[in-house]
Design a protein around this ligand. Structure first.
Ligand code: GAL
Length: 504
């Protein structure tokens, strides 16, 4: 399995091949919204400021030897202290939406339902939301983007104890809805349950870093964590609908991530089945219970047996009732991979569906040019196919809640070179074209697009090397400089939405 920290250091000419050029701005619907996304731990800094409690990322980024390339988020982009200027910057970029996450331990330092609220933390988010409103930028707020209060792991293993975690998450969500819900109308419960489960509790490359080598039970932990997330999401969606929606009139959703998978050998039935199975182990794991209100996919039950937790009849009933509370499918998508069926029985802690994944197929062809990270290749056709796959299976409107890439070698460039980010412009252009084709040719309902990310930031286990921003961050001076992709997006969205007027 790939590691999220694998960076492409080789310098490049910062372009894609001409064969990969985007079209001239294929149209998008007039009410299509665009924005930029961030996450608290990746940009805020102020890790120990104003009463914030430690999160699992504060701990994980300080372990010795380092598991985060020697970097940590103590200061990050110092957004916590520079927020008003950052919102000004967002306005200048022309964003409709700003997607950010709340740091749970900033507003409840110990995280639990009997613990104190940190008013200074609440004030920070209140100010941020007010600044956004003053500049006409719509907030999209994620409650959980990977930074659980450390105290919850210390007390009861956090996600590993479904009942305790769910109760604490419900309390935290209620606090957020009651303090911010008068102005926030788009709520995301969890960002990328797959990554929380697998990278946090199987490979251990992300916090809290559980893996087999460090003595954790990788056969069951990822599935228990996923189960906790599904039930906590469902319960909070129901709480919002019952207690807050009648007056606040907002909506709740969850953000799932995943690659598109193509068969390694397009003539092999085994590889075709492997690609399908990989998608079910990636998306179906969460999306079947949440959007279809039913049990995990049959292929998962068949392979995993008792390793996969069971939903009780009451839980299944709640899942069924909650399907319509999910107003959109939040999709984080970056790349496509080939899937090859493994000949031997699966490993005892397999999480893939017994599939090997890679970037090169049986003909020796690459899925697409590599970006600044090994796992992220430019493959817009795969994106288009994925949109159709999701639409056919779940028939729910999609918002792209993250998409973007670092340019190859970007971290070794001068500021002047880095802001001339032609590779990123092409990538974004191709992916936006894919959305247009999905909408107008394939009939998929896609309603918005949030680029990852507003600015270069702390890329988890890869530290500060990969630069995903449409704005450059100088980590010495903390100066922000918009890259050319920022103005590309501003103009391209205007143009694409105007072109729609002439489109049938
Ligand atoms: C996503 C994650 C983001 C960001 C992005 C780029 O999985 O939600 O926080 O790190 O990947 O790798």
């Amino acid at each position: 399995m790939f590691e999220r920290s694998d960076v492409v250091e080789a310098p490049s000419d910062n372009t894609l091949t001409t064969a990969q050029k985007p079209s001239k701005d294929l149209p998008l619907p007039r009410d299509f919204v665009w924005g930029a996304a961030t996450a608290a731990y990746q940009i805020e800094g102020g890790a120990f400021q104003d009463g914030k409690g430690p999160s699992i990322w504060d701990m994980f980024s300080h372990v010795v030897p380092s598991r985060t390339s020697g970097d940590n988020g103590d200061v990050a982009c110092d957004h916590y202290n520079r927020m008003p200027k950052d919102v000004e910057l967002m306005e200048s970029l022309g964003l409709d939406v700003y997607r950010f996450s709340i740091s749970w331990s900033r507003i409840i330092p110990l995280g639990g339902r009997h613990d104190q609220v940190n008013e200074a933390g609440v004030t920070f988010y209140n100010n941020l939301i007010d600044q956004l409103a003053a500049r006409n930028i719509t907030p999209s707020v994620t409650l959980y983007h990977w930074d659980a209060p450390q105290a919850l792991y210390d007390r009861y293993g956090a996600f590993l104890n479904t009942a305790e975690f769910k109760a604490d998450f419900e309390n935290y969500a209620r606090l957020c809805f009651s303090r911010f819900g008068d102005r926030v109308k788009e709520w995301v419960t969890f960002n990328e349950p797959y990554v929380i489960s697998v990278f946090g509790h199987h490979s251990g490359s992300l916090a809290p870093g559980h893996n087999r080598a460090t003595g954790f039970d990788t056969k069951t932990e990822p599935w228990r964590v996923g189960h906790t997330i599904i039930l906590s999401h469902t319960s909070v969606a129901q709480i919002y609908a019952d207690e807050f929606r009648p007056t606040q009139e907002g909506c709740t959703a969850i953000v799932l991530n995943g690659h598109m998978y193509e068969p390694f050998d397009s003539n092999s039935n085994a590889d075709k089945a492997a690609a399908r199975r990989r998608m079910e182990f990636y998306f179906g794991w969460f999306a079947d219970p949440i959007y279809l209100g039913q049990d995990y996919p049959a292929v998962m039950r068949a392979q995993l047996g008792s390793r996969l937790p069971k939903f009780s009849p009451d839980e299944l009933e709640l899942l069924r009732k909650s399907v319509s509370l999910n107003t959109f499918f939040g999709l984080n998508h970056y790349s496509t991979k080939y899937a090859r069926a493994l000949p031997d029985p699966p490993a005892d802690d397999d999480i893939t569906g017994n599939v090997e994944e890679g970037a090169i197929n049986s003909e020796g062809e690459e899925i697409g040019p590599v970006s600044g990270m090994i796992w992220l290749r430019v493959a817009p056709e795969g994106f288009r196919k994925l949109l159709s796959w999701l639409w056919k299976r779940y028939s729910i409107p999609i918002i792209i809640t993250e998409n973007g890439c670092p340019c190859p070698g970007e971290n070794n460039m001068t500021l002047e070179q880095a802001v001339d980010d032609q590779f990123r412009i092409r990538y974004l252009g191709l992916y936006l074209d894919a959305i247009s084709q999905a909408i107008y040719t394939d009939g998929v309902l896609v309603k918005g697009y949030y680029v990852w990310s507003l600015m270069d930031n702390f890329e988890w286990s890869a530290g500060y090397s990969p630069r995903f921003g449409i704005v450059h961050t100088d980590y010495k001076t903390l100066l922000r400089t918009p890259k050319k992709s920022a103005s590309y997006l501003k103009h391209s969205f205007r143009h694409r939405r105007e072109r729609n007027q002439h489109h049938i």
